[in-house]
Design a protein around this ligand. Structure first.
Ligand code: THU
Length: 136
């Protein structure tokens, strides 16, 4: 866990750095993610594949699970970048996991390897989503 300034290019650079750690012997498709929690703590993740393909964990979920396991409650911003040009869009399972921990002003930065990116709200990523109140 490190702290970095609240600056989008820095978060994308952290995702690019995390992508270098991707364990992808099967797909050869690297993905990196970096998030800031509501205390401006930085967590990163990469995709981690498995010979039993279904056991693979996406980069976004690696970062989110690292954060939550270290006490993070709310995600403010998450950057994701993969090996293809154009914004890297998260899969449906990762969108649902983001929904669980996203703060009110959550933003996804879907980045390209060149550092360009598009910004998405949770409503754009997962409208009419399933959810249960954690209070009940
Ligand atoms: N992958 C991610 O890391 N994030 C996504 O949102 C979609 C897919 C990974 C899983 C697998 O290692 C590779 O990309 C190809 O599906």
């Amino acid at each position: 866990m490190k702290r970095i300034p609240d600056h989008d290019p820095d978060l994308i650079q952290a995702a690019l750095d995390a992508r270098e750690k991707a364990y992808v012997p099967y797909s050869k498709f690297r993905v990196g993610a970096a998030l800031l929690d509501d205390r401006d703590r930085l967590f990163t993740g990469c995709n981690i594949e498995n010979a039993s393909y279904g056991a693979t964990c996406c980069a976004e979920r690696t970062a989110i699970f690292k954060a939550v396991s270290e006490g993070a409650k709310t995600i403010r911003r998450l950057a994701v970048v993969c090996d293809q040009a154009g914004p890297c869009m998260p899969c449906g399972i990762c969108r649902q996991v983001m929904a669980e921990f996203a703060g009110a002003d959550f933003e996804l930065l879907a980045a390209s390897p060149d550092g360009s990116y598009r910004r998405f709200s949770l409503d754009e990523l997962l409208p009419d989503r399933f959810g249960l109140s954690a209070e009940s």
